[in-house]
Ligand binder design. Structure first.
Ligand code: GTP
Ligand code: MG
Length: 349
């Protein structure tokens, strides 16, 4: 008899159907919640909210080979999380996951150097940086760099970055539960095979990412699952771009600007004249401009982030994607819900 669910690590119980870990029969391997996710893609919203402090406390008690899994498409969210503090104190290996979302012509060596320079600035050392994407020898690299110590491999990272997916990839089997919604893995979940001794962990929740403020249905639109096709604009004068009802990017006082947007291709992107933008957003927020985030009820509640853009600069919006703007000089205003993390960075790709 297992006392833990093989899929999510929850302690199994047969007392309360509405509580985590419920099974009809305690001899079952997977809890009802995992069963519904695996077989029917059903996920009850917000049925489990991880406690970041508790996760870090549990991680601190483990002795093992720490692996930090980062969703490359949502890179800055990982660098803006409590894991930064944790990895200042613990050595780790980094896996850059979801590289298949980036353009196929990506130069992985350059990407690795970019990541290295960003983590160095945060005083984090990584023994190796392994990429997982199209045409990468992921398992070979994993076995060469990570599966070498006589200690458990501890898979850590933000919720939804793909920790459990990577474990299944290594095991070449669907052992642990994977789901498109954040907070799938409920408990630390130890897996031992002949080749691997791995601990799957609960994802850290980033409070300032869009994923936390979207319904399951909206998540399907906003979180990309396949390669993102960059959307390119050439803007000649004061113009604005709307990404659904999630973000508005104003480009002001420019001669000419090349703008490339990397977000889910299921989102509607609209270009319009800046002079009409406020009126349009006030009128159409939540109507034509959708999806919008829970808790941000009108355009007036959005926060404006202002930047001066010189040359090629990238704007990261947590949970949404990133926008590269290349121009001699322009003023940039980005509006999004107030809690969302917006960062300006050197272009990643
Ligand atoms: N495109 C793409 N999607 C991925 C990749 N890895 C994982 N995913 C998807 O990302 C979503 C989350 O994957 P999980 O493996 O459940 O993520 P997790 O980090 O274990 O999440 P939690 O348990 O909630 O912390 C699922 O929809 C996966 O199919 C990848 O390399 N590429
Ligand atoms: Mg998981």
């Amino acid at each position: 008899m297992n006392n833990k669910c093989l899929g999510c690590g929850a302690l199994l119980q047969n007392n309360n159907e509405n509580e985590i870990g419920y099974v009809v029969d305690l001899n079952m391997n997977y809890c009802q919640r995992c069963f519904k996710m695996i077989h029917y893609d059903q996920h009850k919203e917000n049925d489990f909210l991880p406690d970041n402090n508790l996760i870090i406390e549990q991680l601190n008690q483990l002795d093992g080979n720490f692996v930090w899994i980062i969703d490359i498409f949502d890179f800055d969210s990982s660098l803006n999380s409590v894991l930064v503090d944790f990895y200042r104190k613990h050595s780790c290996n980094i896996i850059l996951n979801k590289c298949d979302l980036l353009p196929t012509k990506i130069n992985y060596e350059k990407l690795g150097k970019y990541v290295l320079s960003r983590i160095k600035k945060l005083n984090i050392k990584s023994k190796a940086i392994i990429t997982r994407g199209i045409n990468t020898d992921f398992i070979d690299s994993f076995n060469a760099y990570i599966n070498v110590e006589d200690k458990p491999i501890i898979m850590t990272g933000l919720a939804n970055v793909g920790k459990s997916t990577i474990i299944n990839h290594l095991l070449k089997d669907k052992v642990v539960t994977v789901n498109r919604y954040p907070a799938t893995t409920i408990n630390f979940n130890e897996i031992k095979t002949e080749q691997y001794h791995i601990i799957d962990t609960i994802g850290i929740v980033a409070e300032n990412t869009m994923q936390m403020y979207l319904t399951n249905k909206q998540l399907k639109t906003v979180v990309p699952i396949k390669q993102v096709r960059p959307i390119v604009f050439q803007l000649m004068q004061n113009q604005t771009l709307s990404i659904g009802g999630l973000a508005r990017i104003d480009i002001l006082n420019n001669e000419k600007a090349n703008v490339v947007i990397y977000t889910s291709n299921l989102l509607k992107i609209k270009r319009s004249k800046l002079e009409n933008a406020d009126k349009l957003w006030l009128k159409n927020y939540g109507k034509e401009l959708t999806p919008t985030l829970k808790g941000c009820e009108s355009f007036l509640e959005m926060k404006k982030h202002s930047f001066t853009n010189k040359g090629k600069v990238e704007y990261f919006i947590s949970g949404l994607g990133f926008i590269t703007i290349n121009c001699e000089k322009a003023d940039i205003d980005i509006y999004t819900a107030p809690q969302i993390y917006v960062n300006v960075r050197k272009a990643m790709i």
